[in-house]
Design a protein around this ligand. Structure first.
Ligand code: G3P
Length: 278
């Protein structure tokens, strides 16, 4: 800008400059950019919280009241907790309390023990008694209106609950609202009647993630190892597996064949020099 231009610029009325720059357009642009910045920062924060969530590891519970099975699985170093129910306890031929007391002495993780009353008053009474056995006891409560009331009361008392016999995303929404620590969708029983059990799990996981509910999803009524794989792919927090499924998870025919082949070939290796090291 030369001297003359500079002088004429100084004399230009500010309104003319505003017109040249088009203040309104500029304001719109600033709004647009600031909206984009907001949206990018929201995306970044979502991505960050998702990646934080992914740090949580899949937990494996054993779905049994059989202490021999529990001891075996525990010795493998992969067991995070136990779920029981009245049927599983009845299969042991032992008393309920006796079973639970032994289980809590083996596994240091959440141990689900189920109430059998149908009314909230009875459920709460049973729950308070069971929760005194050990700090790891989680009270399994069936999803009914009385069950919802019970979950709410227990959550206010700091007693953990596992909302059981869940067969729909709606049930999962209600128990999360009531404050359940866990929800157990029974996928095998849904598959048995021609429904898609895993789809219910996918829906529940998506809904819980949408709203950041704290209730953890325990995929239950698992019948075979592929149920575990599919459950893990949905991002469910926990799978509770019967012992026979856990055994199938670790086994692979090619692993057995491979071990045998290595042993056969090892037999052909001269062992003389080994004596130096062993
Ligand atoms: O944890 C629930 C589970 O014990 C139910 O399994 O095989 O009786 O459907 P299932």
């Amino acid at each position: 800008m030369n001297f003359d231009e500079e002088e004429s610029f100084k004399k230009t009325p500010s309104r003319r400059i505003e017109k040249e720059i088009d203040v309104e357009l500029l304001k719109d642009k600033i709004k647009e950019v600031s909206k984009k910045v907001d949206s990018i920062s929201e995306q970044l924060s979502n991505a960050f919280s998702k990646s934080e969530k992914k740090k949580e590891r899949l937990k494996i519970f054993l779905d049994t009241a059989d202490v021999e099975q529990i001891r075996k699985a525990h010795s493998w170093g992969i067991l995070d907790g136990i779920t029981t129910n009245p049927t599983l306890v009845s299969r042991t031929g032992r008393g309920f309390r006796e079973c639970i007391e032994e289980i809590v002495s083996i596994v240091d993780g959440p141990i689900s023990a189920e109430v059998v009353s149908l009314d909230s008053k009875g459920m709460v009474k049973e729950a308070r008694g069971l929760s005194k056995i050990h700090k790891n006891i989680v009270i399994k409560v069936p999803i009914t209106p009385e069950g919802l009331k019970t979950i709410k009361i227990l959550s206010q008392e700091g007693i953990k609950t596992n909302a059981t016999l869940c067969f729909s995303p709606n049930q999962a929404i209600l128990v999360a609202k009531a404050g359940a620590s866990y929800v157990s969708p029974f996928i095998g029983r849904l598959d048995d009647i021609g429904h898609d059990g895993m789809q219910v799990v996918r829906d529940i996981v998506k809904i819980y993630n949408n709203y950041d509910f704290e209730t953890k999803v325990i995929v239950a009524s698992i019948r075979h190892p592929m149920h575990v794989v599919e459950a893990a792919k949905t991002g469910a927090h926990i799978v509770t597996v019967p012992f026979n499924v856990l055994e199938k998870m670790v086994k692979h025919a090619l692993t057995d064949v491979g071990i045998q082949r290595f042993l056969d070939d090892w037999a052909k290796v001269p062992k003389g020099e080994l004596k130096k090291y062993l």
